[in-house]
Design a protein around this ligand. Structure first.
Ligand SMILES: Cc1cc2nc3c(=O)[nH]c(=O)nc-3n(C[C@H](O)[C@H](O)[C@H](O)COP(=O)(O)OP(=O)(O)OC[C@H]3O[C@@H](n4cnc5c(N)ncnc54)[C@H](O)[C@@H]3O)c2cc1C
Length: 483
C-alpha cells in the first residue's frame, strides 16, 4: 500500500474555479463558525484556475496585450462571481464591458447585420428597430409577434431550446437569434439543449407573463428601477452595473487572488488516480504515488474524470456521470495595428448562425468590448471554433487554424492585414452538454452518492463562473452542515 501523505477532513479534487471557490468558502465559513476544518486542494496540472487562464504579452507599447484563453468575463446578474471578487479585494481591478459600445452583429448571407436595438437576449422589446431589421423576414417577424398571443405551457416538463423557441417565436428566430446567441454560449446544439437547465428564466417568464416579450419588458423595468438612485443595483447610488465584468489583468487574476487566500494544503501536479472507501472516510491514491486520507471528498473535475474515480464506490452515480457529453472548443486571438484594420469595430462582435455554414462560430472584438486589453493604437480580435458546429477545426494544425481564421476575417470583416501575432488555445472535452433531462440526471446522481462524496462545478448546475462558484459554496456549506 502506498505511503500516506496526509490526513484531512476534506479533499477537494480539481483546482479550477469550482474547486478553489469550494476550498475558500469552506475555510472562511468554518472559521466564522469556530470550526476547525482541514482540507487539501489537489490539482493535477502545473497551474491553478483550470479554464481561467490569461496570457500577458508585452513589447508593443504603453501597455500589454491581455489575451484570454478561456472566459473573458462573468455575468453580474448572478451575484456569486461579483461577491467573491469583492470578498477577495478585487474591486479596484473590476473591468466592466464597454456597454456604451455594446452592439452584436449576426452574420446574415455572409455579412454582419446589427442586431436591432431593443432586442434583449433574443426577444424584441422595441417595435421600430425590430420592424426595420433585415435580419428577420416580414413573415418571421409576424411569427415572433405571435408570442404575445400564444397560450403558455404550464407544466414543468423539460424540452429542447429549439422546441421552446420554435413554439414561442418560430423557426427564423431560432435560426437567426436563439441558435447563435443562446446555444453559442453553451457550445450546444439547440435541438438537444435543455431549456430548463440552461435558460430556466424563459420558462418562468412564459408561466408568469404568458409571453416572453411581456416577461422581458417586465424584467427590464425591474432592472431599471433597481438601478435608479433610490433603489440602485449595487447599493451605493452609483450607475447600474455592467451586465458582464472582467478583471484588469484578466480572469486568471481571480484564481491568483483565491490561491493567495487559501491556507490549506494546496498541491499542484498532484492528480487523483483512484478513490477507495476507508473506514468512515476515503483514501485517495495520488499521482506522486502517495495516498491521502479524507473524511469527505469533493470532485470538482470533469465528469469523465469523476466517473471512473467513483466507479468502485458509487457505481450508480458513476454510470450517470458517464452519460454527460462534452464538446471540444478553441479560440484564436489575433493582434493588429489598429490603423491596418479598416473595419470600425463598432460593437462587441459577430455571432454566426449554423445555417451560414462557416468554419468558425463567432468573432469577439475584444479591444472594443473591453478597455485595457491592448496598447494604444492596437486591436485584438478573438475567433471561436469547434464545439458541435465546427468540430473538424479541432483537428487542424496551428497553421491551418490561423489561415482559416484570417480567411474568415477577410470574408466577414474585410480585414487583409497580417496580424502582429496570434495565440491559439484548444480546450479538449471542455464544455459539458446540458441535454434535455439534465436536471433530473444530476439530481439522481447526487441522490446516489454515498455519504461524504460530493460533485460540484461546471458539469452540473451551470457552466458560467458565477454558477460554478455558487455550486462550490453550496457544497462547502453542505459539508459544514450549515447549508
Ligand atoms: C473558451 C471558453 C470560454 C468561456 N467563456 C466564459 C465566459 O466568458 N464566462 C463564463 O462565466 N464562463 C465561461 N466559460 C466557462 C467557464 O470558464 C467554465 O465552465 C469554468 O471555468 C469551469 O470551472 P470548473 O472549476 O468547473 O472546471 P475546470 O476549470 O475545468 O477545472 C477542473 C480542474 O480539475 C483538474 N483535474 C482534472 N482531473 C484531475 C485529477 N484527476 N486530479 C486533480 N485535478 C484534476 C483540471 O486540471 C482542472 O484544473 C468559458 C469556457 C471556455 C472553455
Amino acid at each position: 500500500m502506498s505511503q500516506t501523505s496526509g490526513q484531512v477532513d476534506v479533499a477537494i479534487v480539481g483546482g479550477g474555479i469550482a474547486g478553489m471557490a469550494c476550498a475558500f468558502h469552506l475555510q472562511e465559513k468554518a472559521a466564522a463558525a469556530g470550526k476547525a476544518v482541514s482540507y487539501a486542494l489537489l490539482e493535477q496540472s502545473e497551474r491553478w484556475g483550470g479554464k481561467l487562464r490569461t496570457e500577458t504579452i508585452d513589447g508593443y507599447g504603453d501597455a500589454p496585450f491581455i489575451v484570454e484563453a478561456g472566459p473573458d468575463s462573468f455575468i453580474t446578474q448572478k451575484p456569486w462571481g461579483l461577491q467573491l471578487a469583492r470578498q477577495l479585494g478585487l474591486e479596484s481591478k473590476f473591468l466592466p464591458t464597454n456597454d456604451h459600445k455594446r452592439r452584436t452583429f449576426v452574420l446574415h448571407s455572409g455579412r454582419p447585420v446589427a442586431m436591432p436595438d431593443g432586442v434583449l437576449l433574443i426577444v424584441p422589446t422595441k417595435f421600430t428597430p425590430f420592424a426595420l431589421t433585415p435580419l428577420i423576414s416580414p413573415l418571421g417577424k409576424l411569427r415572433m409577434g405571435m408570442d404575445l398571443f400564444l397560450p403558455a405551457k404550464t407544466d414543468d416538463a423539460d424540452e429542447t431550446l429549439a422546441d421552446f423557441i420554435q413554439r414561442r417565436l418560430g423557426r427564423e428566430a431560432l435560426d437567426k437569434l436563439a441558435e447563435p446567441l443562446l446555444s453559442g454560449i453553451y457550445n450546444a446544439e439547440a435541438e438537444k439543449q435543455s431549456v430548463l437547465a440552461t435558460f430556466p428564466r424563459f420558462r418562468e417568464m412564459e408561466k408568469q407573463h404568458g409571453s416572453l416579450m411581456r416577461g422581458m419588458l417586465a424584467s427590464r423595468k425591474a432592472r431599471t428601477a433597481a438601478a435608479s438612485p433610490t433603489g440602485n443595483g449595487d447599493g451605493n447610488g452609483s450607475k447600474p452595473l455592467s451586465m458582464f465584468m472582467s478583471l484588469a489583468g484578466g480572469m486568471e487574476e481571480m484564481a491568483a487572488a483565491l490561491r493567495a487566500r487559501l491556507t490549506g494544503d494546496c498541491r499542484l501536479t498532484t492528480g487523483v488516480e483512484s478513490i477507495q472507501a476507508a473506514g468512515a472516510g476515503y483514501r485517495l491514491a495520488l499521482s506522486d504515488s502517495t495516498a491521502l486520507e479524507a473524511g469527505a471528498v469533493v470532485l470538482a473535475v470533469p465528469t469523465y474524470v469523476a466517473g471512473p474515480l467513483l466507479a468502485g464506490i458509487a457505481p450508480t452515480a458513476a454510470a450517470g456521470l458517464g452519460e454527460i457529453r462534452y464538446v471540444s472548443t478553441g479560440t484564436i486571438s489575433l493582434a493588429y495595428k489598429r490603423d491596418e484594420i479598416n473595419h470600425p469595430l463598432d460593437g462587441f462582435g459577430v455571432v454566426i448562425p449554423r445555417s451560414e455554414n462557416r468554419p468558425i462560430n463567432a468573432i469577439t472584438w475584444t479591444s472594443t468590448k473591453f478597455d485595457q486589453r491592448v496598447p494604444d493604437g492596437y486591436a485584438l480580435l478573438r475567433v471561436f471554433f469547434g464545439g458541435s458546429r465546427s468540430p473538424e477545426m479541432m483537428q487542424r494544425s496551428d497553421a491551418e487554424i490561423e489561415q482559416i481564421a484570417r480567411q474568415e476575417l477577410r470574408a466577414i470583416m474585410d480585414i487583409d492585414a497580417t496580424p502582429l501575432f496570434h495565440r491559439i488555445f484548444r480546450w479538449q472535452k471542455a464544455t459539458p452538454q446540458y441535454d434535455v433531462g439534465h436536471r433530473e440526471r444530476v439530481a439522481a446522481m447526487e441522490a446516489a452518492l454515498p455519504a461524504g462524496l460530493h460533485l460540484t462545478g461546471s458539469p452540473y448546475r451551470g457552466i458560467g463562473i458565477p454558477d460554478c462558484i455558487h455550486q462550490a459554496q453550496q457544497t462547502a456549506e453542505k459539508i459544514l452542515d450549515i447549508g
